[in-house]
Design a protein around this ligand. Structure first.
Ligand SMILES: NC(=O)C1=CN([C@@H]2O[C@H](COP(=O)(O)OP(=O)(O)OC[C@H]3O[C@@H](n4cnc5c(N)ncnc54)[C@H](O)[C@@H]3O)[C@@H](O)[C@H]2O)[C@@H](O)CC1
Ligand SMILES: [K+]
Length: 519
């Protein structure tokens, strides 16, 4: 799994390599500039075939230093380059200053009118390089209206390439820094963002993916995995998981019996979706568990999924005396009964997924839930449900990000998992999954894994079912959550446009076949 870095971790990796003598800061900067140029030329062959025009925007730090390198390299290829500096040349850090001094063209202080004049004639084969702010962003970015206007101009607009991160975006959180009361004006959207060594968290969170356009990571001569002391284990990008195999001839009872609790008659669809998901992902047996009155409805709709009866909390407690029932899912369509049923389920100590109504039931009194949770539990909230269970953390996430690094969704979910003592999966296109021991991964449905079709009713119920089905097979909570989340996106991508939640479990077998076939 590839790491997603914070700015602090990236700096620590750079400093460790420089201290060890394996590379100098100047070499890293040169290499960064070369990589940006190579990425541009590879992406737009027209730009490689003949020189064009470029406007290079350099900021006051090392991101600006990278800009000076790219400007020099473009000029070396015969491009016409106009360079604008937002900041004071005398205060540039040493490596950036050295590259400023090697630049033999004019350095124009950034000012909207001058920039607009240069940008006017730019066409689609031309380039604007955003080397204003990178991982060192500490406060909101003001101004640059002419840059914004040039980038937004109709079909004939030039290509915008961001060095490391689009300026204004916090590289730890993917949030746009802005002042209290002021609107969060998104950064100038790049067509391509070229980052160094490893992706940063912000490339995958919140506004990051939209602002970056496309992301390319270039090696700049740092050791692949640095041995640096850090408080937290690194966050990873949730990538294709290892295959998990049911094994030939294995008996259905060896793969667990998952129970999905359902609510009153007429609301059983969500539970049936979850149950179907649990079955397709490989649970040996799956039952929907409901009160007597809901049995006819389920009986009319279920075949491979079985039905178990349990009336109220007492009924559930009696049912759970059967130790073969090893994984539970509570939430989808569970309704008012959730508040009484969740404690019974958690006290039974089974692997348990809590979603939707099972979380909302504790709004106003989340403390009642925390005493019951255990490490075999997985909470799968969306943002609203997360706020009901973790109001303080959600409030910090909602606060205006007026300085960097801003509190991120990763920070929020990690803190929540530690506090709750169980795995938390906070849904979104940037799903974040964290375990209480600090493991954390981002399941990103962006860039080449975008799955906009997942924004439809019931897909969350299926995800809860996927997690439950993996837990039933004996998988550990964090692994079950991350593998389910990956397959959820994979199934949606395989089905594509027109997807409804019923399609997700049916798209799964092909995904599982591929997983098993992959080396
Ligand atoms: N040796 C290194 O450290 C390397 C750094 N690299 C580049 O360096 C970047 C990080 O450089 P820095 O740490 O110097 O940080 P940045 O270049 O991102 O910006 C830092 C400077 O901007 C100022 N600043 C921050 N927010 C501002 C705002 N909103 N308005 C005005 N000024 C603001 C800060 O006070 C500081 O002077 C990376 O993103 C990457 O592009 C690469 O060259 C690779 C090697
Ligand atoms: K930048």
């Amino acid at each position: 799994m590839a790491d997603l870095l914070t700015a602090a971790r990236m700096r620590a990796i750079e400093n460790a390599a420089i201290k060890a003598g394996s590379v100098t800061g100047a070499q890293l900067m040169e290499s960064a500039g070369e990589c940006v140029l190579a990425a541009i030329l590879a992406r737009w062959p027209g730009m490689a075939a003949a020189p064009h025009r470029a406007l290079v925007l350099c900021g006051p730090g090392n991101n600006g230093g990278d800009g000076f390198v790219v400007a020099r390299l473009l000029r070396g290829r015969g491009w016409t380059v106009a360079l604008f500096l937002a900041g004071d040349a005398d205060r540039l850090p040493p490596d950036a200053r050295a590259n400023h001094d090697r630049w033999d063209g004019a350095v124009t202080p950034y000012e909207d009118t001058a920039f607009a004049r240069e940008a006017g004639p730019l066409g689609p084969q031309d380039l604007i390089l955003d080397a204003l702010f990178g991982t060192g962003l500490t406060r909101p970015v003001d101004g640059f209206e002419a840059f914004r206007a040039a980038a937004q101009r109709g079909g004939g607009r030039p290509k915008v390439v961001a060095v490391d991160v689009p300026s204004g975006l916090c590289s730890d959180s993917g949030r746009v820094l802005h002042r209290e009361g002021a609107p969060a004006e998104p950064p100038v959207r790049a067509d391509l963002t070229v980052s160094f060594h490893a992706e940063k968290q912000g490339h995958r969170l919140a506004d990051g993916p939209d602002a970056c356009g496309a992301i390319q990571v270039a090696p700049i001569g740092l050791p692949p995995r640095a041995d640096i002391a850090a408080e937290d284990s690194p966050v990873t990008l949730n990538e294709r998981p290892e295959a998990f195999d049911k094994g030939e001839g294995a008996h259905k009872y060896a793969h667990g019996h998952a129970i999905v609790l359902s609510g009153p008659p007429g609301t059983g669809g969500a539970a049936r979706l979850a149950a179907r998901g649990a079955l397709r992902i490989g649970a040996g047996l799956v039952s929907v568990c409901c009160e007597d009155a809901a049995v006819p409805e389920h009986a009319a709709r279920l075949d491979a999924v079985m039905i178990k009866r349990a009336n109220g909390a007492d009924g559930l407690a009696r049912l759970l005396e059967d130790s073969r029932l090893n994984a539970l899912c509570l939430g989808p369509g569970l309704g008012q009964g959730a508040r009484d049923l969740v404690p019974v389920a958690l006290k039974a100590g089974r692997a348990t997924v809590l979603d939707a109504d099972a979380l909302t039931a504790f709004a106003g009194d989340p403390g009642a839930l925390f005493g019951l949770l255990h490490e075999n539990a997985v909470l799968t909230p969306h943002a609203g449900e997360f706020g009901r269970v973790f109001p303080d953390i959600a409030e910090r996430l909602a606060a205006t990000p007026d300085h960097g690094p801003a509190f991120s969704k990763i920070d929020a979910v990690r803190e929540a998992a530690k506090h709750a003592g169980c795995t938390i999966l906070l849904k979104g296109p940037d799903t974040v999954i964290a375990a209480p021991d600090g493991r954390c991964t981002v399941n990103s449905a962006h860039y080449d894994r975008a799955a906009p079709w997942l924004a439809t009713a019931g897909t969350g119920d299926v995800l809860a079912g996927f997690v439950t089905g993996l837990l039933a097979q004996g998988m550990e909570a964090f692994d079950a959550a991350r593998i389910a989340a990956w397959l959820h996106v994979e199934a949606a991508r395989r089905f594509g446009p027109g997807l409804i939640s019923e399609d997700l479990p049916e798209a799964l077998p092909a995904c599982l076949r591929d997983l098993a076939a992959a080396p």
